[in-house]
Write a new protein. Sequence first.
Length: 86
Amino acid sequence: MEAAALLTVGSRLLRAEDRLRAPATAAALLLVADACIDVATSAAGPEMALAVAMAVAAELPLAVLCAALAALHRGGVGANSRRYEW
């Protein structure tokens, strides 16, 4: 489901579509949940270190990016309108 949400966000960004908030929010929530579950269910030692490294280096930064996209996207009038305020 993470991959589907991320692919949807990416394709809608490339096409500058208005319907971006829901998949970006879903992707952010799924990434945070996955990071928490990976860390919580990993065994102590190298497996825990790998889970924390993946969460800190990949999943959580990508979740923050998706959340920022969802928060900053205002939804335009037309299909090609870009309404971002950085």
